[in-house]
Design a protein around this ligand. Structure first.
Ligand code: SAH
Length: 255
């Protein structure tokens, strides 16, 4: 299904000049130039109403830093006139960690509104009142939501139809099947005395596929036990003639 208008990211930020930024080059940049997606960066400050165009104030209850004002940010969200079908995201270290599955969902929709926080964050009443979904890009703190928004948009854009050269390259990589990607090699055949694993140059596609699968599984088990625990246990290959009883109890019987 194609949407009537191209996928679109609407970003609310105090620094609209940060967009498209790095998304204006390479894969995403070419796709942007050819109209496969759109980006609109809107200046939150344009919704400030007082003489000094102030967007932030000191935190109620005390403490360091400043907080983005509820009235200004809510006005900026309302002015963006986002329809009810577009997700409304807030980049936030408190949010649910972004996953490839959520990225694929977002890429499959009309494209989100993304609010970028600054300072100590934003007034809770805007999060609640405008139904913002908090999204984190990892357990570390950035100085603003813009770089997080760029990361999220980049991850979405490369999944849009027509953006990546080969259809397959989006479905075979890390996370898409719950596993990390296998190691990649290219020419030269011999690099600093290390050859490309023989199997990859054998021309045997079946063997290559099972080698890659085994590598992916080993890497995932070693590096990301959290992901590995979610992989359903393998269905054992059919016994040649009659069903055999299992001699040893399997490691993973449930979960
Ligand atoms: N005081 C806040 C951090 C504010 S950082 C706290 O402790 O939670 C300023 C802004 O940067 C945030 O409002 C958010 O928009 C953005 N940001 C920082 N780290 C982020 C992360 N890991 N993921 C997404 N956005 C982040």
């Amino acid at each position: 299904m194609t949407h009537p208008s191209p996928w679109r990211a609407t970003v609310l930020t105090l620094f609209p000049e940060m967009f498209p930024g790095p998304l204006g080059v390479s894969l995403a940049g070419r796709a942007l130039a050819s109209g496969l997606w759109q980006i609109e960066a809107r200046d939150i400050r344009a919704s400030a109403t007082d003489r000094h165009r102030s967007v932030d104030d000191t935190p109620a209850g005390g403490g360091p830093g400043m907080v983005l004002r509820a009235d200004v940010l809510a006005a900026a969200i309302d002015a963006a006139e986002i329809g009810p079908d577009r997700p409304r995201l807030l980049m936030s270290p408190r949010g649910r960690p972004l996953t490839q599955a959520r990225v694929a969902e977002l890429a499959g929709g009309p494209g989100p509104l993304i609010v970028c926080g600054r300072f100590e964050g934003i007034d809770q009443r805007v999060i609640d009142g405008r139904g913002l979904e908090e999204v984190s890009i990892g357990d570390y703190v950035l100085s603003g939501g813009e770089i997080a928004a760029l990361a999220l948009i980049d991850a979405c854009v490369r999944l849009l139809p027509g953006v990546m050269g080969k259809e397959a390259s989006g479905t075979e990589e890390s996370f898409s099947d719950g596993l990390l990607e296998y190691p990649q090699y290219t020419r030269p055949q011999l690099f600093e005395g290390v050859p490309i694993p023989e199997i990859l140059t054998s021309g045997d596609h079946g063997k290559v596929a099972s080698w890659r699968r085994a590598q992916s599984e080993a890497l995932t088990a070693a590096r990301r036990p959290d992901l590995w625990a979610q992989i359903p246990p393998k269905i054992p290959p059919k016994a040649p003639n009659r069903p055999r009883r299992q001699k040893t109890p399997k490691n993973k019987t449930d979960g």
